[in-house]
Design a protein around this ligand. Structure first.
Ligand SMILES: [Zn+2]
Length: 272
């Protein structure tokens, strides 16, 4: 599932490619992806420009020049691709937006994911966004806030990091990387972390996410035919999906273990 770095990479792509573009047609092949009827969705979008693309955690928010926005969550498999005029779309998208200049934006495999139409004025109160914890890269997310949140929880640290109500936007890939960076084992109870470890964890959350954004995340699906950024962070992963391969720091084989129902990847020597 895409996490903050992948969705932020997409947000930048979308801002460059579709902001200011006027939607001329909307095709809905999978009505269940929407929270309205296909007809209402089409009425809200057609003849409108996309005026702003924002990100909240793993969710994209595309605002229109009328009073509506639509929020996009890809969940496990969904992805979006941009097509220049005359480029061929090989497979059938769940939802397709066509712009008046012939370019198109296609949302694929939105079986678990969703696209919800929301009045822009109600975005802050919409349940999909209102239930989320703090944004870890926001200037408002200070160490004191992080420390206060940690003190309200007692469980293992890795499941906590991917709890979207605790901090929003971290998932299974980056929780592993953040814990390796801060030399903390995924099974450690958050209540046992020292002050130094908590500060290291806070710094690593921000450093790893920022680095991954700068390299384009680990997403496999390119945004467009001329996309050279997406997926550039994959060679920089230290532990995720490297089971049995040597730790880049100490040479010990990386281990995998089920923690909180998800695979945790870690170095048993570097992490404590
Ligand atoms: Zn190691």
């Amino acid at each position: 599932m895409p996490e903050i770095p992948e969705i932020e990479t997409l947000r930048k792509h979308l801002a460059r490619s579709v902001e200011g573009k006027k939607i001329a047609e909307v095709e809905v092949s999978r009505p269940k992806t929407l929270n309205t009827s296909p007809e209402l969705f089409q009425q809200a979008l057609i003849a409108q420009e996309i005026c702003q693309v924002q990100r909240r955690a793993k969710i994209l928010v595309l605002s229109l020049t009328n009073t509506f926005s639509f929020i996009v969550h890809f969940m496990l498999e969904g992805f979006v691709r941009f097509y220049y005029k005359n480029e061929i779309i090989a497979k059938r998208p769940s939802i397709l937006l066509g712009f008046d200049n012939g370019e198109r934006l296609a949302f694929f495999k939105m079986n678990l994911g969703y696209i919800h139409l929301v009045p822009t004025a109600d975005l802050a109160q919409t349940p999909e966004l209102a239930a989320l914890g703090p944004e870890p890269l926001s200037p408002a997310f200070t160490y004191d806030i992080f420390n206060n949140l940690l003190q309200q929880h007692k469980g293992m640290i890795k499941p906590l990091l991917i709890d979207q109500k605790f901090i929003a936007g971290i998932g299974n890939v980056y929780s592993n990387e953040v814990l390796f960076c801060s030399q903390i084992l995924p099974t450690r109870k958050s209540s046992t972390l020292s002050e130094e470890e908590k500060q290291s964890l806070y710094r690593c959350i921000r450093r790893i996410l920022n680095d991954a954004i700068n390299y384009g995340g680990v997403y496999e699906e390119k945004f467009s035919s001329d996309d050279t950024i997406t997926g550039g962070y994959t060679p920089h992963l230290q532990v995720a999906y490297r089971t049995g391969e040597p730790c880049y720091v100490c040479g010990t084989p990386i281990q995998t273990k089920r923690v909180g129902g998800r695979n945790a990847f870690f170095c048993p020597v570097c992490q404590h």
